[in-house]
Design a protein around this ligand. Structure first.
Ligand code: URA
Length: 235
């Protein structure tokens, strides 16, 4: 059982104060009967709340992408740092989305959010092998030996073994890196293991998704077709 006003907010129909007004205006019904009391407890499994006669199906599934700027930590809360949640609009926060995996504070680029826990776990599972594509600027120049070492599965300086990955040198101090897992500081540590310190890192793609023209700091919800494609990649 939960409070009707809280339930309406979680459905994304409006903010707490907007929901208060909706209730006051008599536009909300519970099992067909107008209800003005936000404190009223309902069971969304067995009762139907509706707005203007349209049944509210509870929390809808949301998947969104953010083009993360540097300087924000990937966490839902933090005592001293600004978090990626501060970049999300109220409508997404109300849907209780969480970051899918993490990007380091200084890393920029594509970060997904969802309120679908099952999809989230599949997307970050190394077993599902959803490729993540990064653009890296780094010291030194990647060689053919480095490319072969990435392909074979690198062993990091602390002995951690990585899954085979792709290193594509673009020129002096610039490479693409594609990994299929999300270990802590993975790309930076992989490059360091080959003597190349990363000075800039941007995630440009995850599975078939790319940033497209999404400006830095902006967020957008994925379309149903994009979500279906993402699902197919990690099912
Ligand atoms: N690898 C890293 O080192 N950092 C990131 O933020 C993502 C991948």
């Amino acid at each position: 059982m939960e409070r009707l006003d809280k339930f309406l907010v979680s459905c994304g129909v409006g903010s707490r104060s907007q929901v208060k007004d909706l209730l006051k205006s008599g536009r909300v019904t519970v099992d067909g009967v107008p209800e003005r009391d936000g404190a009223r407890k309902i069971d969304p499994q067995t009762q139907t709340a509706a707005l203007d006669g349209q049944p509210l199906g509870g929390r809808r599934r949301v998947v969104a992408m953010l083009n993360k700027p540097a300087g924000f930590v990937t966490a839902t809360e933090d005592r001293s740092e600004r978090t990626v949640m501060e970049l999300l609009p109220e409508t997404l926060l109300r849907q209780e989305v969480k970051p899918v995996g993490r990007l380091d504070k200084q890393t920029e680029g594509l970060l997904l959010f969802t309120n679908d826990g099952d999809l989230l776990h599949r997307l970050i599972s190394p077993k599902k092998e959803v490729p993540k594509r990064y653009y890296a600027r780094h010291e030194g120049q990647a060689s053919a030996e480095d490319v072969a070492a990435f392909a074979a599965g690198l062993v990091l300086r602390d002995g951690t073994v990585c899954l085979p990955a792709v290193l594509e040198p673009l020129g002096p101090g610039e490479s693409f890196v594609i990994v299929r897992e999300g270990k802590y500081h993975q790309v930076r540590r992989m490059m360091a293991a080959r003597g190349m310190t990363v000075t800039y890192l941007e995630r440009q793609g995850e599975g078939l998704l790319t940033l497209g023209g999404l400006p830095r700091g902006q967020v957008r919800e994925l379309t149903e077709a994009e979500i279906a494609a993402l699902e197919a990649e990690c099912s």
